[in-house]
Design a protein around this ligand. Structure first.
Ligand SMILES: Cc1cc2nc3c(=O)[nH]c(=O)nc-3n(C[C@H](O)[C@H](O)[C@H](O)COP(=O)(O)O)c2cc1C
Length: 202
């Protein structure tokens, strides 16, 4: 049984004050409360180059991202809604996870993912739905609880605190749920079983 569960948060925008980043921080508090070791990867701070499939020697920022994700049991993804989908900067970070294709197990096998979408209007769920496609493509497990945030410009104060205590509760619950499920999966890792082996051969 894995004694410490690691939950990595990836998200935020390139904006100086980012509501998707604020939401990510609060969600990681929930994971921390549930006993996980947490790490935050801020898309703005990572400052990743555009994904290049021919790049043989990616920079440290890319290595940091891939190492953190590889060593995690659970992930929280938090993207802004841009033009009805996830932002380009966030998708670019996900594209770099292609470097995990050669790992054993590959991609996000056995990893649990919690999803948050921050929208200026009321359609944050569209970003979440897009992210869920990516989780499945990368062989991860999205938890059923998701947090779409509407009117993001009013949802957080200038210190990144949520203006509605209910939102804090929802984000904390998501962090707790990812930690709980990551812990359950890590009790009996699925790696090496028949399904995973077949997937690896694709
Ligand atoms: C380029 C761009 C496109 C956007 N498209 C949408 C959209 O389609 N629907 C929506 O509700 N909000 C949209 N917004 C508003 C953002 O979702 C909102 O400002 C969000 O909080 C941005 O995330 P951030 O605070 O982490 O930067 C858009 C904002 C930008 C800058």
């Amino acid at each position: 049984m894995t004694s410490s569960i690691k939950v990595v948060g990836l998200g935020g925008s390139l904006a100086h004050a980012s509501s998707s980043l604020a939401a990510l921080r609060i969600t990681l508090e929930g994971a921390d409360k549930a006993g996980a070791v947490t790490e935050l990867l801020d898309v703005r701070e990572l400052n990743l180059p555009m994904y290049d499939p021919t790049e043989k020697n990616p920079p440290d920022s890319v290595r940091q991202l891939c190492k953190a994700v590889e060593n995690s049991h659970g992930l929280i993804w938090s993207s802004p809604l841009y033009h009805g989908t996830i932002s380009g900067a966030f998708k670019n970070a996900l594209d770099w996870l292609q470097l995990l294709s050669t790992k054993n197990p590959p991609y996000l096998t056995d990893k649990v993912v919690g999803l948050v979408g921050a929208a200026g209007g009321g359609h944050g769920l569209q970003a979440i739905n897009t992210m869920e496609f990516v989780v499945r493509a990368l062989r991860g497990w999205a938890v059923p609880l998701v947090v779409p945030i509407s009117r993001s410009w009013a949802a957080f104060d200038e210190n990144g605190g949520a203006t509605d205590p209910k939102l804090v509760q929802q984000l904390h619950s998501l962090g707790e749920e990812v930690t709980r499920m990551a812990r359950r999966i890590s009790i009996e890792p699925l790696t090496g079983n028949k399904v995973t082996t077949q997937l690896r051969k694709r």
